[in-house]
Ligand binder design. Structure first.
Ligand code: PLP
Length: 456
């Protein structure tokens, strides 16, 4: 049993938590908890990080304090997370409000589906046909019985689209990063990650047991400082478009530093494949650096509104990942209807480049309107636009008002973004009309002004 005299054994954070809540969480009392600002609700003085390290010897000690906090956090704003949609994630959605139980019709700016493809008839028909042919699931690991013809067709289509020798498909983008990075890198190697790299990159590095070094976001000079003199195998990991900030990787400079120091480069194009570059291959193609980047990774969940991840490159690389990508081969293969729907979606991307044109004109429209209204979207130049609130409690008030006025958008706070960098994350789609984007700009700017966040 953990007793107070053993406090010195704990890490500083665990010690602070233990002192506050007692060794079994018995002292946790929300009303007695210190408030930074009397106007603010207690829930906003805490977030998930306060419940990360438990006190005592029992892993369940934090459940009660967490549940006490969560009961207060839920009606105060956390109800906005995981609100169940009652319709497809297109530009207009029907949502059940988790606080009131009421069903609302909202303008959707929260789903990826950047090209509006996921509900196209051709995609749905392909998925239905595959369900008839193959049934629901793959019923096996891809290296045992779970590879169906449709999976091979999808891998070939991805390789062709990305103009690579071969590709390999994972059940999700998350598992692609985890599986690929841990397949390639080992203990004793070094992984250099942009500090804003997605959690799946970080988790891949943890699983690889390599030394992980974070360099400042999109900062090749900091990468240079950190990589200089490091010996052994080195992997640099960047994203094409950063998922929470919507800024584009400064790839030419990153490539230059990585090459000069003999490091290999992985680009995660989750938010840029099918959108950037003359053929839609991604940010590497956009910069004419497709061949300079060693490893190309992407997802089907964003631009195609589907599911699954992929890596592409040389045949040797893909054979190796097939053998060592544990997150793939210890998991069931992608559901066949999804694989078939993705094939149909990729055909639309190739046949209809005008979808990309429409997306970029929508992005330009909303960027201009946000600029006119004084809405700060940071360094975003893409379809991902963070509406910066930078106040971890106010962001919930903003999000609630925005939803009350007809927009479907959630607050994004720590740990998805750094503390005090909270925001609403807007996803623009080719399927939005200018009228819808105009409505969004007006509602968002109006609420920000009322909440004292907006400049004008
Ligand atoms: C940059 C990046 N990589 C990987 C992923 C994981 O992709 P998926 O949601 O397809 O698992 C995400 C998801 O948000 C992401 O933003």
């Amino acid at each position: 049993m953990f007793t107070p005299d053993r406090l010195s054994e704990l890490t500083p954070t665990a010690k602070r938590v233990t002192e506050a809540v007692g060794t079994t969480g018995e002292n946790w009392n929300m009303s007695a908890a210190p408030k930074q600002d009397p106007e603010r609700s207690v829930f906003s003085d805490y977030d998930y990080s306060n419940f990360y390290y438990g006190a005592g010897d029992d892993p369940v000690n934090l459940l009660k304090p967490f549940s006490t906090w969560y009961k207060e956090a839920l009606p105060a704003g956390y109800y906005l997370y995981s609100e169940p949609l009652q319709s497809a994630p297109t530009t207009e959605v029907r949502v059940r409000n988790r606080k009131t139980g009421e069903v609302q019709d909202l303008l959707n700016l929260a789903s990826y589906n950047y090209l509006g493809i996921s509900t196209r008839e051709e995609v749905k028909e392909a998925a239905i046909e595959a369900t008839r042919q193959y049934g629901l699931g793959a019923s096996g690991s891809p290296i045992l019985s779970g590879t169906l013809e449709v999976h091979n067709q999808l891998a070939k289509a991805v390789a062709d689209f990305k103009d690579k020798e071969a590709a390999i498909v994972f059940p999700t983008g998350y598992s692609a990063n985890v599986g690929f990075i841990s397949a390639l890198m080992r203990s004793g190697d070094t992984i250099f990650c942009d500090q804003y790299a997605h959690a799946s990159v970080v988790d891949g590095a943890i699983l690889a047991k390599s030394k992980t070094v974070f360099f400042r976001h999109n900062n090749p000079l900091d990468l240079e400082r950190k990589i200089k003199g490091v010996r052994g195998k080195k992997l640099v990991v960047v994203e094409g478009v950063y998922s929470m900030d919507g800024d584009v990787c400064v790839l030419p400079e990153i490539v230059e530093v990585a090459k000069r120091h003999g490091a290999r480069l992985l680009i995660d194009e989750a938010h840029s494949t099918f959108l950037f570059g003359p053929n839609g291959r991604g940010v590497a193609e956009h910069f004419g650096l497709d061949k300079e980047v060693d490893f190309h990774l992407g997802t089907f969940s964003k631009s195609l509104g589907g599911q699954g991840g992929f890596v592409c490159g040389s045949k040797d690389l893909i054979d190796y990942v097939n053998a060592f990508g544990r997150s793939r081969f210890f998991s069931c293969n992608l559901a066949p209807p999804v694989a078939a729907g993705l094939l149909a979606g990729m055909k639309i991307v190739e046949d209809e480049p005008q979808l990309r044109t429409k997306l970029w004109s929508n992005v330009a429209y909303l960027r201009r309107r946000f600029a006119e209204e004084g809405v700060d979207i940071g360094k975003s130049t893409s379809q991902v636009m963070p509406v910066l609130v930078n106040n971890d409690s106010k962001v919930f008030a903003v999000a609630e008002k925005v939803q009350d006025r007809g927009l479907y958008l959630q607050p994004v706070t720590y740990p998805a973004v750094p503390k005090h960098k909270s925001r609403l994350r807007v996803s623009v789609s080719a399927a939005h009309t200018e009228g819808q984007l105009e409505r969004a700009a007006q509602v968002i700017a109006g609420v920000l002004r009322e909440e004292g966040v907006c400049r004008t």
